[in-house]
Design a protein around this ligand. Structure first.
Ligand SMILES: Cc1cc2nc3c(=O)[nH]c(=O)nc-3n(C[C@H](O)[C@H](O)[C@H](O)COP(=O)(O)O)c2cc1C
Length: 323
């Protein structure tokens, strides 16, 4: 049994909160950790650039430090091996235990066109990079990977590299990098990957209901599940998957969930962001993910147009009255 893993494989198939840039900061993670208790949470990606004066910024150190009792995985995105190793070392000194390398981000804008998913375009040096990172992680080293750069079968040629470099687990989002978010996550591929490697595979992609999550777990043989957009839209999805909250919430339950979510985020954002304008912005980043809510889309879109935090808060207070 692998003692490095951030979960107890003999006990559970973990439900993980995905890393999401702009969303899964320590305030949001703190709320999720106390409220719906994902088994493992990830930081937003920490950008690693060669030649920076500091390996990682002060803000990133705070994010990497973690708090609470839920295992935190610190994700790095970058291309330069020496800079990645320095960043991993700095993260470790800040308290990081589990490290993850992003091999999936499809947006050049965020990753300088050569990191994240772009690393799959030319994965020659990947084994050395991962071997060195492995030595920096006191706990697990994992990768979060798409199925390939433009070929969904590429993943099968990467498994031996991951295994050989001592990677502890793989998070698979079964779309290609060039596919971005088009089409559907192909969890038949997840099942084939899980069968083809000795490493635990965590399935990620398009899980937005308890039923969908349970199906992916049952049909893929994945070691666990990672949820991104679905969890931001519906934090109680973790509890729905465990059968501890209604699989399909009634309207009143959903409005109570949203009111609590918005009130708690507002209070927690106040502790880490500066001023009402920034808090308003951050809340809108979350609400944007909910703009197509099947029941509350209209009041949520109204909140997205709010000019002030006070206006948004007042609108959130009236969610239960919305017919
Ligand atoms: C706004 C946004 C930000 C994201 N940021 C990250 C990130 O920092 N690191 C990462 O590995 N993936 C990131 N992702 C991808 C998610 O972690 C996840 O793999 C993807 O959304 C598919 O899972 P889902 O269908 O459950 O959302 C991001 C996705 C979105 C929509």
């Amino acid at each position: 049994m692998n003692e490095n893993l951030p979960w107890r494989p003999e006990r559970d198939r973990p439900l993980m909160l995905a890393p999401m840039q702009g969303l899964t900061n320590r305030a949001l993670r703190g709320l999720f950790g106390e409220w719906v208790r994902p088994d493992v949470m990830f930081t937003e990606f920490i950008r690693v650039r060669p030649g920076s004066r500091q390996a990682i910024s002060r803000a990133d150190r705070l994010e990497a430090a973690g708090s609470g009792d839920i295992p935190l995985v610190v994700q790095l995105i970058g291309r330069d091996t020496a800079a990645l190793v320095a960043a991993a070392e700095a993260a470790r000194q800040s308290g990081a235990v589990h490290l993850n390398l992003n091999l999936g981000c499809p947006f050049g804008r965020m990753s300088n066109g050569s990191a994240g998913g772009a690393l799959l375009k030319n994965p020659v040096d990947l084994d050395r990079r991962l071997t060195l990172l492995r030595q920096c992680a006191p706990g697990s080293l994992s990768v979060k990977v798409r199925s390939g750069y433009d070929d969904p079968e590429q993943i099968f040629s990467l498994l031996a590299i991951f295994e050989g470099a001592g990677v502890d687990f793989i998070v698979l989002h079964p779309r290609t990098v060039v596919q971005k978010y088009n089409g559907a996550a192909d969890h038949d591929l997840t099942a084939r990957v899980a069968a083809a490697t000795v490493l635990p595979v965590i399935a990620n992609g398009d899980v937005t209901t308890a039923g969908a999550g349970q199906r992916v777990l049952a049909e893929t043989g994945a070691a666990g599940l990672m949820i991104g957009r679905g969890a931001i839209r519906d934090p109680l999805l973790f509890e729905r998957l465990r059968g501890r909250a209604a699989a399909q919430p009634a309207r009143a339950e959903r409005s109570a969930e949203l009111q609590y979510y918005i009130a708690e985020l507002t209070a927690r954002y106040r502790l880490i962001f500066q001023g009402d304008a920034q808090i308003l912005n951050k809340l809108k980043t979350v609400l944007n993910m909910l703009a197509a809510d099947p029941v509350f889309a209209r009041p949520i879109r109204k909140m997205l147009r709010a000019k002030s935090l006070a206006e948004l808060t007042a609108l959130a207070g009236k969610l239960a009255d919305y017919q």
